[in-house]
Design a binder for this molecule. Structure first.
Ligand SMILES: Nc1ncnc2c1ncn2[C@@H]1O[C@H](COP(=O)(O)OP(=O)(O)OP(=O)(O)O)[C@@H](O)[C@H]1O
Ligand SMILES: [Mg+2]
Length: 138
């Protein structure tokens, strides 16, 4: 028998999404790789702000769209793979090395580099369900 252990939460504001992410971050261990799934504007970067807060990171979390990945003191690596088209690009840019560097990795648009992701990634899915609400599934 297989039990579905996924959990979901509905948030009604960015602040609530940050709070939900802070709670979720308590379950994370160093070296965890978390795939943040969801459409453009779903709230993946907002969620990353909450994880960073829980990790005690005081730097502002900015979307890494133009850098592909932002490194917060080796504790958090925040990726945005929107502009990557295939996994080898991430390897060639050295981005995959950080999956094994001991910090928490949060990856937006991970589907673009699915061929080079590690095994045993965790997944968080965020859906816009209207009226400023988001369904977040862990
Ligand atoms: N309940 C909510 N939770 C999170 N964000 C919300 C919520 N309601 C409204 N928003 C707004 O939705 C937007 C989410 O933007 P964010 O940059 O986090 O999206 P994203 O998923 O990272 O998009 P992209 O794929 O373009 O990087 C923000 O403007 C935020 O203020
Ligand atoms: Mg984003």
């Amino acid at each position: 028998m297989v039990y579905n252990r996924s959990m979901e939460v509905i948030t009604r504001s960015p602040e609530e999404t940050i709070a939900a992410a802070e709670n979720y971050a308590r379950t994370l261990k160093s070296g965890d790789v978390v795939l943040l799934n969801g459409d453009m504007g779903a709230g993946k970067t907002v969620f990353a702000k909450g994880v960073a807060k829980a990790l005690g990171i005081t730097d502002e979390i900015l979307s890494p769209t133009y850098a592909y990945m932002n490194d917060y003191d080796g504790r958090l690596y925040h990726y945005d793979c929107y502009r990557l088209s295939y996994g080898e690009q991430a390897v060639n840019l050295g981005l995959t090395d950080y999956f094994y560097a001991g910090g928490v990795c949060l990856i937006e648009w991970a589907e673009n580099i699915s061929s080079v992701l590690p095994e045993n990634c965790k997944t968080v899915t965020i859906e816009d369900i209207g009226e400023g609400k988001r369904r977040i599934t862990f």
